[in-house]
Design a protein around this ligand. Sequence first.
Ligand SMILES: C[S@@+](CC[C@H](N)C(=O)[O-])C[C@H]1O[C@@H](n2cnc3c(N)ncnc32)[C@H](O)[C@@H]1O
Length: 274
Amino acid sequence: MDLAAATAQLTAAGVATPRVDAELLLAHVLGVPRSRLVLVEAIPADAAAEFAALVRRRAERVPLQHLVGTAPFRHLDIAVGPGVFVPRPETELLVDAVLAEVRVGSVVVDLCAGSGAIGLAVAQEAPGSVVVAVELAPEALTWLRHNAAGSSVRVVRGDVTDAGLLTGLSGGVDVVVSNPPYVPAATEVAPEVRADPPGAVFAGADGLALIPAVLARAAQLLRPGGLLALEHDDTHARPVAQLAAAAGFGEIADHTDLTGRPRYLTARHCRTHR
Ligand SMILES: C[S@@+](CC[C@H](N)C(=O)[O-])C[C@H]1O[C@@H](n2cnc3c(N)ncnc32)[C@H](O)[C@@H]1O
């Protein structure tokens, strides 16, 4: 199979970016960066067979990241597969919001950490920060521990709905960052999204089921003036801002993603620790 045939097969299957996916799968099989594919003159027979098999699975809408085993996130390749949410490019923006705040010695808590993408990126790009990544789902925790191995990120198994979470850090955290599940339950999603664990994507009928708990934990953990950066559904800018105000946050600002959709909120904890 060559790139043109693979692209045609992926196009017919409804893959959103067929040429890019075909190139990334071929680069993966050949063990070269995608940018080096132009230098490849012929595909060896065994590689062509492996490529054809991967293209077939991608045409079945298995996520590209599951097939190659990693998802790019900022300067990292995060290991992913069944059982963990695949980090998305729009979430990279949350890291910028955190980095603008973090200094050497700053304490950062990543709630609902999944693969660990956010916390690991912060730890890499802000050396000297202290990052704690909290995740509940056992399968996701396995990926998180794998990704965090050898990094400075501390992994904690915990539930954001638990008022006793990280009580040792109460009132002393500089930044809380979170990309929690937020999709309304009845939302039609692409086949690739159905490969993410449902508990990582959906959050009750309105998608807001977990937001009050995330806000409550952030309010508990943050020092006065500490920053919250919270990703949300593009229809949730207003209700999330209202919930944040009710939870004791001020300086509430909403931010758009690269497609111009409302995507995340930043806010400062202004009530003293309750
Ligand atoms: C949308 S995924 C985000 C993962 C990662 N932060 C990212 O941006 O790629 C949400 C994560 O929250 C976790 N989660 C869901 N409910 C939770 C809870 N009550 N406590 C802690 N984590 C939870 C899910 O298992 C999932 O890994």
